[in-house]
Design a protein. Structure first.
Length: 58
């Protein structure tokens, strides 16, 4: 699998997680759990994107 294909799949998985988990699992949460989930997911995606871009030499 090429790095580009892996990155595209990773991005699709992140988008699915960003919508499915809050609506299916965290719908009744009243504290900062949902905010924490989105923050961690965004930071992980940012780190993977940064690693992908730096590897490509952009």
């Amino acid at each position: 699998m090429s790095p580009r294909t892996a990155y595209v799949l990773w991005t699709i998985i992140v988008l699915l997680l960003a919508y499915i988990v809050p609506y299916a699992i965290l719908y009744s949460v009243r504290d900062f759990t949902l905010y924490l989930f989105w923050t961690i997911l965004a930071l992980i995606h940012f780190a993977v994107t940064l690693a992908y871009i730096s590897r490509k030499g952009w």
